[in-house]
Design a protein. Structure first.
Lengths: 406, 236
């Protein structure tokens, strides 16, 4: 029988039993919507993570104390100092593009200009840090430079939004900004203003403070110690190989057992996140698969009921010349359409759910068009798989017995 | 005349035994009937005498358990189920006592159905379905559902549907059994016209001698056996 006729027939059969059809689709709807939600959230999260590191130059890594293996540390002997930075710089001149101590921890400060107030988060930067982090686009003045770092000058580069909030204008180069750095009150001179190019996760963090850059030497002082070293290594060589080399060298310099220090690299973190997301997807994918299985069985069940209810109709059709194949395709297409409609509803639901969840983080969902195609084909496939048994049952009915059925 | 061309139906020692577990009912026993093209035949007999059983076999809905059935010279035994479907679709128009219209499906769609299975293009299907419904006097009822039609109207839709693929044989099993006398006469007129004007071979099962009187020939069954096969004088 003609394909189009079968589709019309299936739709009218589904319409004739709206509630029942909807309940039958529910399993498929839940299955497909969870698959879509999971894959959309996964893809969005992945895009976000990758994007986060994307603004950074390649070869980004942090050497650090391995806190997990460390019960107590000696502040002067175990933490990193400027001497360690020099040692690494001298040992790997052609690999290290940027290396500085890194300050983590509380460095936020509230500053006041007249009546206006803003909270700044101070980041200790080496010279020309903006060359390595593309989210820093200097629009007025300049970035912290080598002179600032060498002399520990009391200079600062501020976020354009902080400038607007504190001064009601953008070009505030030369202005003075009072700030507290680790307890010391200082009057910093603004040497530059930067802005961050907008990206899909611009709204991701509800920002309560603005990141501003000061010379790392000002931040930490000349006798500084830090548990972290920030490095941009060569982006032409394997970051892991380089990180291992830096790590084993610094361990030797500090005369410490292996595992006392460790590193984290951007590449490694991306792959870690991807692994976690991958595992999550598999676990949730399994749940989704089970709900699809249940949904498929639901379709099989309702199709069996439908075949029984319509035994007489099948008998009439056969008496009018329907062949085995005609009845088979009729019921198969009905099962496939039932489950495809469920799939489409599930897809819409899943996308809305993913969109809702992502918008809580201020991110747009990444919807892959391939997902839509795969969903429709896949749900039709589920319908076909679970519809084949009832359809065969219908097709094999003996015409005269089907006509006699009451 | 060559008998090959005059015989449309030929039954030879036809048996039909129903088996349900260890109970078996012989519904037809050694039936021999030959029907020629263009005949108008009434089948009569008491309830349970095997009339419907015979009609189902003639309509290729069921198979005999013994003997032979030749339809236009074709040995039905040799045919697969799908081939029988094709024969039903092309050669036979079946009209049932209980109408057997497909529920929740318009009169028009019901009439169109055999043509869909017969792979007739959509345009021709529409035209023919409209023409058929008009010819049975239902020109204004295309979109009506079966439950919106009277018994007589339902049976007329069923007749229109039976004629969809221009079959040579019309089989009607008590077509007026569920109808009042006025509707019965109208339905019978349609069958008479089909036989007289359209040249169809019409076989009709009935309990009413008045109806049987309108036909050329009456075959009477009793307990699965043909007990009488009478042709009316003017037809002989
Ligand atoms: N599916 C079946 N299984 C078992 N026995 C059957 C079956 N169908 C019919 N019979 C039996 O075969 C015999 C003939 O039945 P059939 O339906 O052909 O009678 P009929 O002449 O059409 O009767 P009526 O005038 O009441 O319609 C009956 O005894 C009936 O009980
Ligand atoms: Mg009967």
């Amino acid at each position: 029988m003609l394909f189009l006729e079968n589709i019309k027939l299936a739709l009218s059969a589904i319409r004739a039993n709206k509630m029942r059809s909807f309940l039958t689709m529910l399993g498929i709807i839940i299955g497909i919507s969870s698959v879509i939600t999971i894959t959309s959230i996964g893809a969005s999260a992945q895009a976000m993570i990758n994007k986060q590191f994307e603004s950074l130059e390649g070869g980004y890594m942090v050497l650090m104390i391995n806190w997990r293996n460390t019960e107590s540390i000696d502040y002067y002997a175990d933490l990193f100092s400027w001497d360690d930075i020099e040692a690494l710089k001298n040992r790997f001149p052609s690999y290290i593009r940027y290396i500085e101590l890194m300050n983590l921890g509380n460095s936020s400060t509230t500053t006041k200009v007249g009546r206006l107030e803003a909270t700044l988060s101070l980041y200790g930067a080496g010279a020309d840090y903006n060359k390595f982090d593309k989210s820093i686009q200097i629009i007025h003045g300049r970035m912290i430079n080598q002179g600032d770092v060498d002399a520990g000058r009391e200079n600062i580069v501020i976020d354009v939004r902080a400038a607007r909030q504190l001064f009601n204008k953008e070009n505030v180069v030369g202005a003075t900004l009072p700030a507290t750095i680790y307890g010391d009150e200082k009057d910093l001179t603004i040497v530059g203003v930067y802005e961050t190019p907008p990206s899909i996760f611009s709204g991701l963090m509800v920002e309560t403070s603005y990141t501003c850059y000061v010379p790392i030497s000002l931040m930490l002082g000349s006798d500084a110690r830090s548990a972290y070293i920030e490095i941009f290594a060569s982006d032409k060589d394997d970051p892991i190989v380089q990180a291992e080399a830096f790590l084993s060298y610094i361990t030797k310099v500090k005369n410490k057992p292996a595992d006392f220090y460790m590193y984290q690299s951007a590449d490694e973190q991306i792959s870690q996140v991807n692994t976690v997301l991958g595992t999550l997807s598999i676990a949730l994918g399994a749940i989704a698969a089970i709900s699809l299985l249940v949904g498929g069985i639901g379709i099989m069940n309702i199709m069996l009921v439908s075949v029984t209810e319509r035994t007489r109709e099948i008998g009439i059709r056969k008496s009018l010349g329907a062949r085995t194949k005609d009845i088979l395709t009729q019921f198969l297409i009905e099962a496939m359409i039932l489950s495809s409609i469920g799939g489409i509803i599930g897809m819409a639901l899943g996308m809305s759910l993913a969109g809702l969840g992502m918008s809580a983080f201020g991110i747009g969902v990444v919807i892959q068009p391939i997902v839509i195609v795969v969903t429709v084909i896949f749900s039709a496939g589920v319908g076909m798989f679970f519809g084949i048994f009832p359809a065969r049952k219908a097709a094999k009915l003996d015409p005269i017995e089907a006509l006699r059925y009451e | 005349m060559n008998p090959e061309t005059t015989e449309i139906i030929k039954l030879q020692n036809l048996d039909k035994t129903y088996r349900n577990g260890n109970i078996s009912v012989a519904a037809l026993k050694k039936v021999n009937i030959t029907i020629n093209y263009g005949e108008f035949v009434a089948i009569m007999g008491a309830s349970g005498s095997g009339k419907s059983t015979l009609m189902n076999i003639l309509g290729c809905l069921d198979r005999p358990t013994g003997g032979d059935y030749f339809l236009e010279g074709i040995d039905i035994k040799e045919k697969t189920d799908d081939q029988l479907s094709f024969i039903r679709n092309q050669k036979i128009g079946f009209v049932f006592q209980s109408f057997n219209l497909i529920p929740r499906t318009s009169a028009f769609k019901n009439v169109e159905l055999p043509m869909i299975y017969g792979k007739i293009p959509a345009r021709d299907r529409k035209d023919r379905a409209v023409a058929l419904l008009e010819s049975v006097g239902l020109g204004d009822r295309y979109e009506h559902m079966p439950n919106e039609l009277s018994g007589g109207q339902k049976q007329r839709v069923a007749i229109a549907r039976a004629l969809a693929n221009e079959p040579t044989i019309i089989l009607a099993d008590e077509p007026t059994g569920n109808l009042d006398s006025v509707s019965s006469i109208e339905i019978l007129e349609i069958f008479t016209k089909l036989n007289r004007d359209n040249g169809n071979t019409v076989i009709i099962v009935t309990h009413e001698p008045d109806i049987a009187k309108c036909t050329d020939r009456t075959i009477t069954f009793k307990d699965g056996i043909v007990v009488e096969d009478a042709r009316r004088e003017e037809a002989v």
